[in-house]
Design a protein around this ligand. Structure first.
Ligand code: ADP
Length: 265
């Protein structure tokens, strides 16, 4: 619905006119709502692993469990603690991206290097599932901004591709440059994403299958980080997917213009 609220200020102007200032507060109120939802989301998301840790610790403390069960409880506690740790790190990343503008202190870096590092950081995860990551850089280009954040974004997309794919499949990482835009396309042959979920997966904490995601350790923050990194670099992220066939996430970032300081022979 429409929640329009006008803030009206009346100021005297000379002795014959009044100046009436009306401010539309719709956007302000919307942002306040977004912040409220965010805090509610975080509290909810943190409560689940904390609650699990409490229950498991209590059961162990009560001392009535078989050693075998105690061990399995301790393992579950490790999983939950890992998840809490990851969630905390990702929340900090997200608030850092939102707090400062990476273009303010931009560096120039080759996208091929970003892909190399991002692929490397997923190697262990991919090897464990015998998944082959296949980078293919068709054109070289530089990007302006934060190399660390762009690497984090590409890394997140690759780790999702691996995470949501069956064993022994391929994940493609293609780079090309189209009209001064660098495109990094990450393609998997995994479970895919139904059409009516494709927009929602970019929302904070949104997971299609929370139960399954809990097993894989997902937090639902990865894609919202990617979206923020893209936007803060003047780019975007888009998604093509068909359930049962796979997904392609494409990150598009403006290519940096050729360096001006290059000397001509
Ligand atoms: P998560 O930490 O759960 O992976 P993300 O924000 O990275 O969080 O992704 C949100 C949800 O989108 C995931 O829980 C998953 O359901 C879905 N998803 C993301 N990437 C893929 C993919 N490559 N294939 C299928 N589903 C995906």
């Amino acid at each position: 619905g429409h929640d329009v609220q006008l803030r009206v200020r009346v100021a005297p102007l000379g002795n014959r006119f009044m100046l009436v200032l009306a401010t539309d507060r719709t956007e302000e109120l919307r942002l306040a709502g977004v912040r409220r939802d965010f805090v509610a989301n975080i509290s909810h998301e943190l409560k689940t692993p904390i609650g699990a840790l409490q229950v498991l610790a209590e059961a162990i403390e009560a001392g009535a469990e078989e050693p075998e069960r105690v061990r399995s409880f301790a393992q579950r506690m490790q999983v939950e603690a890992d998840r809490l740790g990851r969630m905390t790190k990702e929340l900090i990343d997200l608030s850092r991206i939102q707090a400062d503008d990476p273009l303010d202190h931009a560096e120039r870096f080759p996208i091929a290097q970003v892909v190399d590092v991002a692929v490397d950081r997923n190697r262990v995860l991919a090897d464990a599932k015998r998944i082959r990551i296949m980078p293919r850089v068709l054109e070289e280009a530089d990007v302006l901004g934060s190399e660390e954040l762009v690497t984090m974004a590409v890394q997140n997309l690759i780790s999702n591709a691996v995470q949501y794919s069956p064993e022994a499949t391929h994940v493609g990482v293609g780079v090309r440059v189209v009209d001064d835009v660098v495109e990094v396309a990450i393609t998997d042959k995994g479970v895919g994403i139904p059409a009516d979920e494709q927009e929602r997966v970019f929302e904070r904490f949104y997971r299609i299958d929370p139960a399954r995601s809990r097993v894989t350790g997902g937090t639902g923050l990865g894609l919202s980080i990617v979206k923020h990194v893209a936007a803060s670099h003047g780019g975007e992220v888009s998604l093509w997917s068909r359930p049962g066939q796979g997904s392609t996430f494409t990150l598009r970032l403006p290519a940096a213009a050729a360096p001006a300081h290059k000397e001509t022979p």
